[in-house]
Design a protein around this ligand. Sequence first.
Ligand code: SAH
Length: 239
Amino acid sequence: MHKLFVPPESIDGSLITVTGADVEHLHALRIREGERLSISDGKKTVYEAALSQMHKDSAVFDILDEKSFENEPDIDITVCIALLKGGACEDVIRQSVELGASHIVVFTSANCIAKEREKDGKYLKTARQAAMQSGRDVVPDILTGVSFEKMLNILKKTDLPLFFHEKAQTPFFDVIEKNSLPRSAAFAVGPEGGFTDSEVKSAENCGIPAVSMGKRILRAVTAPLCALSVLTAVYDRQR
Ligand code: SAH
């Protein structure tokens, strides 16, 4: 069943009115009257709804059934990635959405080579497409242009803050063993040139010691996917 994400205001009683770019998407998919879609309000409910009226700029659906989210992980994970060269951030965002990230933060740090920020709209579009494709119930939110210090604050607010550094002594698995069921986790991965020693110190001073994912050096695009896969494998036990 195709999936759509609509703002909660689109839902009125037993009807859902879809507008904007989603209508173009429905036209492109050639959705016919009576056809059923899964529509999420992005907050907590997924509706099964059938198309009742298709107009040029809007589409109206009848709600047939509603359920609480079913496809979201048990743990709320924030993925903090440094601004990367080329389209690398977009690739990480797409794959992080597939792997179950709830929030994505793009931060700047001392060794960032990339200077230009992507347009936020482009990232959001990528996240939305990945959420639809992977059957997510929400589109993760994306914060961009975040400073290194602000990123550390975001990490600190979660039950399990992780700062990944290739020279760290503490193995990831040791941290996991000590944290049986965190409700939230956030991790930071550095840019292509890695974190500087002073950034590693700043994190330590915030009470977030550096953690290692093994003796191999992972690329800035590989490290977040490895961390996310491990966190969901260990802490998302629904099925
Ligand atoms: N500074 C290094 C590599 C940077 S890799 C160099 O240029 O040789 C990019 C980021 O991936 C790092 O900042 C770190 O956050 C993460 N990373 C890569 N390998 C890692 C490992 N084995 N353990 C923990 N983090 C790692």
